[in-house]
Ligand binder design. Structure first.
Ligand code: ZN
Length: 204
């Protein structure tokens, strides 16, 4: 889940005219840069997703871990498929169907008595000890719960607005942008996917 130094990409971004408005784009766009909202109409451009390399299987090339950087595509895949962030196997318990979730306080926002939003992927029961060991900062502020269901919620994004002469100005880091908040999609560079957890129960 953590990105390695040489996986980080700093390709330049800019605003471009799109359907009568401006939207954020990489200067040299590639197919797959934009991610569609789950409920999007076909004409919605989607959200620009931050690029990243995948060098996990190349220890000689990947460089040191960058503890504060999530790997964008690995995080996305874990959320789409509900895979354990440590072993990448399905996180749901095969018997109960419940998913186990380690929730750092900084990556969780409560939305109801048994629900909340997070960009932390699930952790299967087998990997919970390892996850706690590898990430000691988790210990002080983490809660462990089971989750019945999840729903797509949106993304965390770095936000920009057009400046003078085709420049851009940052306006916020790690801002939550909901999938149905279409007006803000064109100003967002998504760095992780956020889902809403339902039927949460804390595990003592
Ligand atoms: Zn696991």
């Amino acid at each position: 889940m953590i990105a390695y130094a040489n996986e980080l990409v700093t390709d330049p971004i800019e605003f471009e005219p799109y359907a009568g408005k401006l939207r954020l784009t990489y200067k040299k766009p590639k197919v797959g840069d934009w991610i569609k909202a789950p409920s999007a109409k076909s004409w919605e451009p989607g959200i620009l997703r931050a690029r990243i390399r995948d060098l996990r299987d190349h220890p000689a090339k990947r460089g040191p871990e960058r503890m504060k950087k999530l790997h964008v595509r690995r995080q996305w895949r874990c959320m789409d498929k509900l895979l354990c962030q440590v072993c990448a196997h399905p996180a749901a318990d095969p018997v109960s169907g419940l998913m186990s979730w380690l929730l750092p306080a900084t990556a969780f926002e409560r939305t109801g008595p048994q629900s909340g939003r997070t960009n932390a992927p699930p952790t299967c029961w087998g990997c919970i000890p390892k996850a706690m060991e590898e990430c000691p900062m988790l210990l002080s502020s983490v809660s462990l719960c089971t989750v019945k269901q999840v729903r797509p919620a949106g993304v965390l994004a770095d936000m920009y607005r057009p400046g003078l002469l085709r420049t851009l100005e940052p306006t916020g880091l790690n801002v939550f942008v909901a999938w149905d908040d279409y007006q803000r999609h064109r100003y967002a560079l998504a760095t992780s996917q956020v889902i809403e957890l339902h039927g949460m129960r804390s595990v003592a």
